[in-house]
Design a protein around this ligand. Structure first.
Ligand code: NI
Length: 178
């Protein structure tokens, strides 16, 4: 079990376009260990998703695990631990919705970001199975946030009104409705 250091906004790796994993790399012990480290790091952080670049590994790999309670995002529809290798998003509906996003690489802050609410995600798992899955609502938001990391984007890039970039500890003052 290895909890890795999560790099923060300002570290150049977070702004790089990460490299896709080849089939050999996906089945390698290196990737297996990397995924284990990502799981350990995610679980110890209290987050709901982490992308490999956040632990300074510039490859197209992200994991998401949403449990119903106990997250800082309130009550959510659960999503069992899922490993996404080389994910590609296709937007299915233009409908957007906003939420207060946070990021393990930007601790203490939240920003109001609008994202597409219905997307198709094509990805591989660690056994090289191809998946095509539709994600809606908050799950669609989380996928877009995590996979953005693979292209060197952070949620703050999508905050349209900088007055909506706030410290989490001040959020009790906000009565934002979407
Ligand atoms: Ni993030």
């Amino acid at each position: 079990m290895t909890i890795r250091e999560i790099i923060r906004m300002g570290h150049p790796t977070l702004r790089q376009v990460a490299l896709p994993l080849s089939t050999d790399e996906i089945q390698s012990e290196t990737t297996e260990r990397l995924v284990e480290d990502m799981i350990d790091t995610l679980k110890s952080s209290g987050g709901i998703g982490i992308a490999a670049p956040q632990i300074n590994e510039s490859v197209r790999l992200a994991i998401i695990e949403i449990t119903q309670t106990g997250s800082r995002y309130g009550e959510l529809e659960p999503l069992p631990l899922t490993v996404f290798v080389n994910p590609v998003i296709t937007v299915l509906e233009e409908t957007m919705a906003g939420s207060w996003e946070g990021c393990l690489s930007i601790p203490g802050l939240r920003g109001w970001v609008e994202r597409s609410q219905k997307i198709l995600v094509e990805y591989l798992d660690l056994e090289l199975n191809n998946h095509k899955r539709v994600f809606s609502d908050f799950h669609a938001t989380v996928c877009q946030h995590e996979f953005d990391h693979l292209d060197g984007h952070l949620y703050v890039d999508h905050v349209q009104d900088m007055r909506n970039l706030v410290f989490e500890s001040e959020m009790t003052h906000l009565l934002h409705s979407d």
